[in-house]
Design a protein around this ligand. Sequence first.
Ligand SMILES: Nc1ncnc2c1ncn2[C@@H]1O[C@H](COP(=O)(O)OP(=O)(O)OP(=O)(O)O)[C@@H](O)[C@H]1O
Ligand SMILES: [Mg+2]
Length: 455
Amino acid sequence: MVLKMNLLLMDEGRSIYDIVKNSPLIGKCEVFYSDNTNSILKYIKKHNVDVVLADFDRYPKNALSLIKALHHFDSLIDIILIGQAETTEKVVDMIKKGATDYLEKPVKQEMLNRTLQSLNEKKNLRKETFLLEKRLEEKYSFQGMIGKSPYMLEIFSLLEKISKFFSSILITGETGTGKELVAHAIHDLSTRSSRDLVICDCVSIPENLFESELFGYQKGAFTGASKNKHGLFQAAHKGIIFLDEIGEIPLSVQAKLLRVLENHQFRPLGSNETKEVDVKVIAATNRDLSECIENRTFRKDLFHRLNKMEVHLPPLRERKEDIPLLVRYFLKNLSQKVDKNLKGTSMQVQKLFSKYKWPGNVRELENVLERAALVTKKEFIALQDLPEYFQKNSASIQNTSMIQKQNLCSLEELEKDYITYLLEETGHNIKKTARILDVSRTTLYNKLKKYHIPH
Ligand SMILES: Nc1ncnc2c1ncn2[C@@H]1O[C@H](COP(=O)(O)OP(=O)(O)OP(=O)(O)O)[C@@H](O)[C@H]1O
Ligand SMILES: [Mg+2]
């Protein structure tokens, strides 16, 4: 069998070349010798090289910098060093630093063949893994959002269904769960994607300026209003407005907002003239709006109008299956940003990530990885690359895992697991599940909502 490997032989003498040339396994082998790393890299950039066979005796001092430079350029290149009897420690050190293997002189044909054959198998496996990962990425990404948990897959399919036909949508979820990302996805999938998404960041608007910001004003409406001014609703005519953190809008302006939503009409501040607009509304909040209704800071009728179509993003701790995929996605982007080859996280970090509660959700994960990407000296993020609070947490998390090992869990967790189990058993039959639990259907629905169990 001829291997389809491109070999670069870095050796002045002919002895190894003769062995390589006579090997029945090798398709193409180029010989290039230089002790100048730059010229080697230049050569590699032009030619497609899979394996470098380097005479270590000629590179005793440069071997490490050569390995580093080659891997910096292409982390998948295999480097085999060939040398006179080196100490085991030295060989182990070379391999730790990135060499794939070490062959002792005189190199035997059989030994070389075996080494190359095993590299070839690894290369094929890597190719397969690469293709699998690529397919996985495509399968579990949707409009720039990553997720494979049933929650996220359900959200992706919901967004596909509703984005073309909605008049208003409410996106709810804790901070950092991806509400803004969802708003952009809805806009991109909508029939109005060719127009800009007009964004209103309700947190940054002072209370007394809300009305004029949203609906504009008429010249002379107040001191300083020297000419008519359009508001954001006018700017979004025939398009979509995104009211981020809608819970911040003062009660006095909420009535006006409801009118626009229901009749598409509003009056600019200080004007008697009613204007008509054709605007679709996406609103988002990380507050519990029903609590705001109880506290009388949010109108019930506005809530019900918005709530007709709700997209709820569950916290990251309830969809931990998404974490490895998100980690891979962020590290891939960060690798480019910080010019490193970040391959993943250590097992310890993986475990920690899956136990941690993530109060800042996906944003926190992204930030933790961004910091780690900057400080790490390795390809795999380790515990010491994480922020201090995380490292401190690691001890307490390990303690909780003791509890989990003994299969102890809270009553709520037990209830959630039992309801999920019953739903599966009854084929998602709400009536049957409620009867077994001996609760009303409304109570069951409330519990499904509380525990974010999809149904
Ligand atoms: N499913 C996801 N896939 C990839 N990136 C995500 C995902 N969810 C969130 N992010 C990223 O996490 C960060 C926070 O997301 P976003 O700003 O949309 O959250 P939010 O819910 O609007 O937060 P807040 O309530 O604090 O405004 C962003 O950088 C976003 O790109
Ligand atoms: Mg946001």
